[in-house]
Design a protein around this ligand. Structure first.
Ligand SMILES: [Zn+2]
Length: 460
């Protein structure tokens, strides 16, 4: 198989209806992407499986869906207004804008020299490093940058109907604050004792200027976050638990363990006690896909301070009163989707010199579980009946255009685990041929066995 690049993956995704460039007919808009008919199913499946692990199969964990727009004081309390920023500088020659830390990372990758950690450097240190190592503008190739300044990543908008009465509000840069500010509601309505958790899936927005490596870095993205509220003395054990929980989730999804690694944060937020990412080995290098963060009592303390509402919890057994510690487990849904696509994309040489592209996704993640194919058009009535019946249980597709070989290839490419072919014998014996995506082996089974045959492979 020739090397998988992000450009190659992007054009594959466009051709197969997985991901399209955002606002494409208007020339696109940087760092935005739209998920097509196949991609949306993949993303929905990721979210469903994660929710199953985090809420359905977790004791004392609950779900919530919180607003994108919140009272601006939330961002004052969280610290985002003061310090959620990137170190930016402009090229004085060509007027393009760059993130200083990313330019250094890129330089390090190219030269394989990881002598410093840009995340842990001050503005001045970043600037000096760039000058000392002669790191040039990637657009025009000159070295003539402005000073580095901090640029807040939150998108602003305003609310208000009459002019002059507008107030500035923000699109949330993370979903987590929605969970923290609902701590009292959650505790009251679930009557849960600590430790208890809450899961939230939703969009977040960051005004990123760095070009994104396809869907890796986007200005609008979906987060899957679980916050555990616990006692400080249990926090480290819970932190370790959620680190393993994340890794196990990725491995259970079928990802190559060799392409996954833990990466402790070199620079912790001032309130954090510990933080560790899971990185995936993307075609452009190792990068972050998910994180586990031991955030201490920072979040609830700050919201207590700014809202004036008491965020304390009283243990019913010991009568101890305390502000709970938070252990956060977070996954970038779009990044996980991208990593899964990189991981599953396979080009195979077949006997006779043919090649095929197969998306070897866990069947739970595949957009369609089954594709029903009539061998010939005059079998379509029976095939459609089978298809309709199966759609009561899972997403299926139906294809009667082109040779059977071509139709198999189309399903291989989008990762459909099973193809069911209806032929002339089907009308007499009530059996179909079911073909496995990965082995290409075919079996003859009864029509009413299809459901169980497929369902058996969907246990997660
Ligand atoms: Zn330039």
């Amino acid at each position: 198989m020739s090397e998988l690049t992000m450009d190659k993956l992007a054009s594959f995704c466009k051709r197969t209806g997985i991901v399209f460039q955002g606002s494409e007919i208007y020339g696109g808009m940087g760092n935005t992407w739209d998920y097509g008919p196949v991609g949306i199913e993949l993303k929905n499946n990721i979210k469903k499986l994660w929710w199953k692990r985090c809420v359905q199969q977790s004791e004392n964990s609950f779900g919530i869906d919180t607003s994108i727009l919140m009272n601006p004081t939330v961002w004052e309390a969280s610290g985002h207004l003061a310090s959620f920023s990137d170190p930016l500088m402009d090229c004085k020659e060509c007027k393009t804008r760059h993130r200083a830390d990313k330019l250094i990372e890129e330089y390090q990758r190219k030269t394989n020299n990881f002598d410093v950690n840009p995340d842990a450097m001050s503005k001045e240190e970043l600037y000096d490093y760039i000058v000392k190592h002669n790191i040039k503008c990637p657009n025009c190739g000159k070295l003539n940058f402005t000073e580095i300044r901090n640029f807040n990543l939150m998108f602003e908008t305003s609310r208000g109907v009459s002019e002059g009465k507008q107030s500035k509000i923000f699109l949330r840069p993370e979903t987590a604050q929605g969970e923290y500010i609902n701590f009292l509601n959650l505790q009251r309505t679930t009557r849960a004792k600590i430790p208890f958790g809450v899961a939230n899936i939703g969009k977040a927005f960051r005004n990123e200027i760095t070009p994104g490596n396809f869907t890796f870095r986007t200005i609008e993205f979906e987060q899957m976050e679980h916050q555990l509220f616990c006692h400080e003395k249990d926090a480290m054990a819970k932190y370790e638990f959620y680190k393993d929980f994340a890794m196990k989730f990725f491995v259970d999804l079928g990802m190559d363990r060799e392409k996954l690694r833990f990466k402790d944060h070199d620079k912790l937020a001032h309130y954090a006690k510990a933080a560790c990412d899971v990185q995936y080995k993307f075609p452009f290098g190792w990068d972050e896909m998910s994180g586990t963060h031991l955030r201490g009592t920072w979040d609830l303390s700050r919201h207590q301070e700014f809202s004036g509402k008491c965020m304390e919890y009283t243990d019913p057994y010991t009568n101890e009163t305390f502000i709970p510690t938070v252990v956060e487990h977070t996954i970038g849904c779009d990044r996980l989707a991208l990593a899964l696509l990189c991981d599953a994309y396979t080009e195979e040489e077949l006997e006779g010199g043919d090649t095929r592209i197969v998306l070897k996704l866990n069947p739970n993640l595949s957009a369609y579980k089954v594709c029903v194919l009539p061998l010939q058009k005059n079998l379509s009535e029976k095939a459609k009946e089978i298809y309709k019946n199966l759609t009561n249980f899972f997403m299926c597709s139906y294809d009667e255009a082109g040779s059977i070989g071509k139709r198999y290839r189309r399903q291989d490419e989008i990762g459909t685990p099973y193809c069911v072919t209806v032929d002339f014998d089907t009308l007499n014996d009530g059996c179909v041929t079911i073909r496995d995506r990965d082995t290409m082996k075919q079996e003859r089974i009864k029509i009413d066995e299809i459901m169980n045959y497929v369902a058996k492979k969907l246990v997660f």
